[in-house]
Write a protein that binds this ligand. Structure first.
Ligand code: PAF
Length: 283
């Protein structure tokens, strides 16, 4: 696997990958890779396709009181994991390549970015959309893959790609989970043993509520019970909502695919998770 840090080298590296007609898949990451990222690489691999991963801890998507400075950085270990996973090229832009002096553009996707994390993390999705647009223009992939754990991020990127005619296929990849159900996240390393043990309440509460709603139980009641379970486990709930899977507006129509989405803090660590609630056939 080639590791590249300049735009000039990236252009010729991607050109070489495409020689002979291969297509290119991009897996954008912020590093501190885990099995969830490796599942994205695995899903990207196809005959006749080359896989590019990017690692960039994007300052513009972190709020002033968030964890930018302590976000885990493990470049060498990440590069080893990507090589073993069969990635062809690692794009590692320095911050001054991504945001040179005088950088002045921001992409803001309205609608899907406004609720949920958009309320708790103002400016976060502008930072995500802007850096992902830059990565798309730098790498010019045919397809890009993102984890469904960041469900709202995936919706924001899909909207941006449609609105700005990027012509890039966006593939969502199901959330990877530890054996007890906790969604894999680079931020899980912030949890101490007691918090890690308690954190399993998040996927469990979502699972119970999603099943209840899918079989037709009252959604408000299911959400209230899930909230109680989270509070009992020591979480401070930021949001716990049933939303339409496409628009992310309140999911009041049982005939449409819905998503149960949650963000909650345990200690200083904010975890997010989501589960599908399938449409009811005769709703
Ligand atoms: O999901 C992430 O790791 C980041 O938000 C992304 C998409 C790489 C943009 O910085």
């Amino acid at each position: 696997m080639q590791t590249i840090r300049t735009l000039e080298a990236l252009r010729s590296g991607i050109g070489a990958l495409r020689d002979g007609g291969a297509s290119v898949a991009l897996v954008p990451t912020m590093g501190a890779l885990h099995a969830g990222h490796l599942a994205l690489i695995e899903a990207a691999k196809r005959p006749g396709r080359k896989v590019v991963a990017s690692i960039f801890v994007n300052p513009t998507q972190f709020g002033p009181n968030e964890d930018l400075s302590r976000y885990p950085r493990r470049e060498a270990a990440d590069a080893r994991m990507l090589t073993e996973a069969g990635c062809d090229l690692l794009w590692l832009p320095p911050v001054e390549v991504m945001y040179p002096a005088g950088f002045a553009t921001k992409i803001s996707v309205s609608g899907v970015s406004e609720g949920l994390d958009g309320i708790s993390r103002p400016g976060h999705f502008d930072g995500v959309a802007t850096v992902v647009a830059k990565l798309f223009n730098q790498v010019r992939p045919d397809i890009a893959l993102f984890g469904e754990k960041d469900f709202q991020q995936l919706a924001v990127i899909r909207q941006m790609v449609a609105d700005l005619d990027f012509g890039i296929e966006i593939q969502g990849v199901p959330t990877q989970r530890d054996d007890d159900g906790l969604a894999l996240s680079s931020r899980n390393i912030y949890l101490d043993d007691a918090q890690r043990a308690a954190a399993v309440a998040l996927p469990r509460a979502l699972g119970v509520a999603a099943k209840a709603i899918a079989r037709g139980d009252d959604a408000d009641g299911a959400l209230a019970s899930a909230r109680e379970a989270l509070i009992a486990a020591g979480f401070v709930v930021d949001y716990l909502e049933l939303v339409d899977a496409l628009t992310l507006t309140p999911g009041t129509d049982p005939a449409r695919a819905r998503r149960l989405v949650a963000a909650a803090k345990i200690g200083a660590t904010r975890l997010i998770d989501n589960l599908a609630v399938p449409p009811r056939e005769h709703a």
